[in-house]
Design a protein around this ligand. Sequence first.
Ligand code: ZN
Length: 335
Amino acid sequence: MTNKILQEYSDRGFSVIPIPKNSKISVDFWRRNQFQRACDLDVLSWTRQGFNLGIVTGQLSRLVVFDVDNLGSLQELQRQIPEIEQTATVKTASGKFHYYFESDLLIRTVKGSYLGIPDVERIAEGAYAVCPESIIDDRAYRFIRPLAEILPYPPRLIEESTAQRLYPQNLPYHHIDGRSCISQIEQKELMPGERNNSLHMLYRLLIKARNTSKHAREIVWIKNQSLRYPKSQKELRKVWKKDYRINCQGVRSCLDFVNCDDCRYNEREEKMFSLRVRNQSKLLTLTTTERSAIPLIDSFLDGKIPTASQYSKRFNVDWRTSKKIINGLKNKGIV
Ligand SMILES: [Zn+2]
């Protein structure tokens, strides 16, 4: 791998990933590189260790690649997309061709056959292309028409190609456990002001749906990176730290855009968290006002106890009354 080509990749803002020596299959968790580029030093160290490289195609790299796997299909592709003869072209280690085009848009990846041409693929969002100067069986990928000659993606092919960069295309597999609220959060473009709660809810719900916390963080991390206004790493760390117990009931009362009607959650499990059930024996010691506050608190955000001012605001109750209720419940060991 020459420094010249690495510099070219870096200058063009390509998101580059490591691929094991003599292989085309990335083993690294490369999907995060759809949203964030590796730094030049990492790329350099991969190549020094003998890794092959791939370019994550799609919007981040502004790259769409037509991959011709069967040279018999080439003529038809040339007929339909004559631009391939003028744009940057790679000859692969096995003697096939990759045609590079530039695009700012979200372009869907099409596998198997494209424009009705067998063995032609359009590699874009959610995929990567092994790139020069990777080596397989002693043969290198190389540019036969230089990268500098890359053409814009043909506008006439744009209309049918627009992809959504949303779940489920780009999120790794995870359990949802019948909770449709998880997909609803995943599919929403979260704006500043709702990101914190939404990402936190998503994290907790994923854990509840039996995903490991590591996997849940990965999903939330990718979701965050896909946002138009992602939160910083530091802010995201706060999302892991908050430790409220969440269920569909809590989500409903906290996120306006979520509808849990279709969620098949476990009612018994939900109830275990409620103050009412946990404090069954103490209910008689409460005043009527305190007792009537319990279902409200349960609906506030499961497992989280509102402060007096939050309670007052949320349920439109006089501040002094709120204070009395919350303090009363505290003194009696309910909250
Ligand atoms: Zn739900």
